[in-house]
Write a protein that binds this ligand. Sequence first.
Ligand code: ADP
Ligand code: MG
Length: 398
Amino acid sequence: MIMNYVKQTVTDVSVKGKRVLLRCDFNVPLDKSTNRITDDNRIIASLPTIRYLLEQGARVIICSHLGRPKGKIVPEMSLLPCAQRLSALLDKYIPLVNDITGEYALKMSESLKNGGVMMLENLRFYPEEEQNDPEFAKKLAALADIYVSDAFGAAHRAHASTAGVAQYLPAYAGLLIDKELSAIGDAINNPKRPFVAILGGSKISDKLGVIRNLLNKADKIIIGGGMAYTFIKARGGSIGNSICDEEKLQYCKEVLDLSLEKGVEILLPEDSRIAAEINAPEFTVAPSGKIPDGLAGFDIGPTAEGMICRIVADAKTIIWNGPMGAFEFAPFSGGTQAVTHCVADSGAITIVGGGDSAAAVRKFGLEHKMTHVSTGGGATLEFMEGRVLPGIACLLDK
Ligand code: ADP
Ligand code: MG
């Protein structure tokens, strides 16, 4: 079943004077000692929807989760830093309401003026959130007249605030979700060809489903990063101590066979930058299938870089998920940096997904040259895998 990803958005409904429950993804990283936000990209990404709603005269009730408090009040996981950061960005006081299912929250929501905004405390302080408890969803719904979701990063979860609440309120996509759906959805389902997918990173088991789905869509699939070594071993190569998911060797073999059947090339890096340890100061280059025992591949090699950049230069659509190496370590950042540059310069429609991939693109200063850098991690992968996302499926179809 293909999920319909063409959804009604905030622009398809009159929001003036309406109370809007806006689910955002403010799950930002916080500094452990100071509790300050270390990266506010997710807050920035939701600004267009928030500003749009306020300009239209809506009364906005923002909710989000942060971290994994597991149904208990954990003060370090309060959304207060997010409320404060958003206040500063909007130049507007934003009250944070603690007891989100209580009388006070309801009164606050009813007393909001047009263009007013309030925020609810961390949804996951309540166990009912992750349980998708209908009573809890109903209480959230009671605060508002319509529901808008902009929490793409949480859209693969069927929780009370991401899916349950849509049972009780008309549900629309925010501008961020709309952008995510059209950018990723169209790239995968209606690509300009050649369509090239580049997959890397270290979460092999999470990404095998994506490769399988893309075998039906892409013209070429390039595999690099830590993912590549399980495939290289499955083909009979020696990978030394490189990361490998032993349980997936058979599956990788099947995927390689399937690619031959479908005539979709899967390209593996011919060479690798290898060393004894990930924090080694230097590397040597070796064929990826002939890595000596005691050493491991931590990045694709220069020949692989050249091959990838040639393929990318001819592509019209590129989906990229997962860095080409351990780019956080300077000696092993070369492959990811080279691929970031050639993807940015390709002139193709370029979609980057995955938390670390997005961080890499930002690190190399090329975010603005990509068509779309997704804010989702698991949600982006599941969408690319062709799965139904509960937080999207619950929104009204266009
Ligand atoms: P994303 O978040 O973009 O989906 P992943 O989380 O799957 O990507 O993988 C990113 C991580 O993979 C990075 O921390 C990177 O250091 C690591 N990585 C990439 N290549 C290798 C490798 N060859 N060996 C070990 N770790 C690697
Ligand atoms: Mg990651």
